[in-house]
Ligand binder design. Structure first.
Ligand code: B1M
Length: 215
């Protein structure tokens, strides 16, 4: 508990050495990597976002926070992969295309979802950030995935998810792939409203959702 609080404050304060040190300590204590990432680290990122909104932090601080998060992920990723393996047993392997939608360059959450899905035994094709409908349609034709997972962190870009679904429809692909959405700018209500096939609040739930589809 104390180490969780410490890690949270270190990240909010953008103290990289302190973050890496505490991540290491938590892992040594046997704390699961996923609990570290979805707990104090994600909460700290939300707090940093609020500090930005309040004018306490600026873009430079958001960028630094993202850099520190990614550094910590280098330590955490092997453990995350091991942990996610236990979510794999006996299920069909699905092919999933992931993308952060057009106008949006936030990639930490999407990448994390990709790491977990892959470790859970699925095939992940990550198209990166700022991805438009055309690129997604081309990728669907090329890779023939069962699922596409879209991420949006901005309320302005979440709207583009609807455009993607409409474009799938126009191209006769709507029935061929399941569209799952996620990211801080989305909710389950929103997902339902735009006609998405599912929504996940975090990386663990995203794996569960995909596994359910695989059953
Ligand atoms: Co940005 N930013 N940002 N930012 N940023 C937010 C999102 C914001 C909420 C901060 C705030 O004001 N409170 C706010 C959006 C407000 C809104 O629209 N509602 C915001 C803003 C305004 C902006 C800019 C517009 C600022 C500006 O330039 N004026 C700008 C936009 C740039 C652009 O995209 N065009 C911008 C830029 C940036 C940086 C580039 C500096 C940096 C991102 C760096 C990077 O990703 N490489 C950044 C950061 C770091 C953040 C915050 C602080 C942290 C995001 C993060 O990485 N979280 C963020 C605050 C917040 O989210 N509350 C903020 C950690 C990550 C693990 O969580 O991404 O939510 P998350 O992913 C989770 C789940 O959401 C889910 O699983 C993940 C893991 O559990 N999930 C999925 C995500 N995708 C999924 C897909 C799925 C399923 C689940 O598919 C099936």
């Amino acid at each position: 508990e104390e180490l969780f609080d410490k890690l949270y404050s270190c990240l909010v304060d953008l103290d990289k050495d302190c973050v890496l040190d505490n991540v290491q300590k938590l892992l040594e204590k046997g704390v699961k990597a996923i609990d570290i990432v979805l707990g104090p680290m994600s909460k700290a990122m939300e707090k940093i976002g609020r500090l930005y909104e309040e004018g306490e932090y600026f873009i430079a601080e958001l960028m630094e926070a993202a850099d520190i998060f990614k550094e910590a992920m280098k330590i955490l990723e092997p453990r995350l992969r091991m942990e996610a393996k236990s979510m794999a047993s006996g299920r069909k392997r699905l092919k999933i295309i992931l993308a952060t939608v057009k106008g949006d360059i936030h990639d930490i959450g999407k990448t994390l979802v990709g790491v977990m899905l892959q470790a859970a035994g699925h095939e992940v094709i990550d198209l990166g950030v700022d991805v438009d409908a055309e690129k997604i349609i081309d990728a669907i034709k090329k890779y023939k995935p069962q699922i596409i997972g879209l991420s949006a962190l901005l309320s302005t870009t979440a709207r583009y998810m609807r455009v993607i679904i409409e474009e799938l429809e126009k191209n006769g692909l709507r029935g061929k792939v399941k569209v799952l959405v996620g990211g801080a700018a989305t909710t389950s209500e929103f997902a339902e409203k735009i006609g998405a096939g599912g929504w996940a609040p975090n990386a663990i739930e995203a794996v569960k959702l995909v596994n359910k589809i695989a059953e």
